[in-house]
Design a protein around this ligand. Structure first.
Ligand SMILES: [Zn+2]
Ligand SMILES: [Zn+2]
Length: 114
């Protein structure tokens, strides 16, 4: 069955990936190039490294998962108020993570701990 014209990779004519102008091969090539021409800022790199390290600490059991510090919901997620300290985490549920509570709790903890 021939590939319809509007579903073809703009480089080679193979069927393209959904929501992309390219096939699998050429999309991967494009992403690689994009990474090279759009390097992470030092700030982004720092955040990424910090988050990765925090998850290692959780896996090792150094950081123990806690319930949401705002409402006690056991379905909690890690929030990092300070990206220079991967051991310094705040646990919040999805609801509180996006709310103003995240800011308040993080601030209170920072003020109390320092
Ligand atoms: Zn292609
Ligand atoms: Zn909560």
């Amino acid at each position: 069955m021939p590939v319809p014209e509007n579903r073809k990779c703009s480089k080679c004519g193979n069927p393209r990936v959904k929501r992309s102008g390219y096939c699998l091969v050429h999309r991967a090539e494009y992403m690689r190039l994009w990474r090279r021409t759009h390097p992470l800022t030092p700030e982004q790199r720092k955040k990424m490294n910090c988050r990765a390290y925090t998850h290692v600490l959780v896996k090792r059991g150094v950081i123990i998962k806690q319930v949401c510090m705002s409402c006690g919901d056991p379905d909690s997620y890690i929030h990092l108020p300070d990206y220079s300290d991967p051991r310094y985490v705040v646990w919040l549920c999805r609801k509180d993570l996006s709310g103003v509570n995240a800011y308040l709790i993080a601030k209170r903890k920072v003020d109390g701990a320092r």
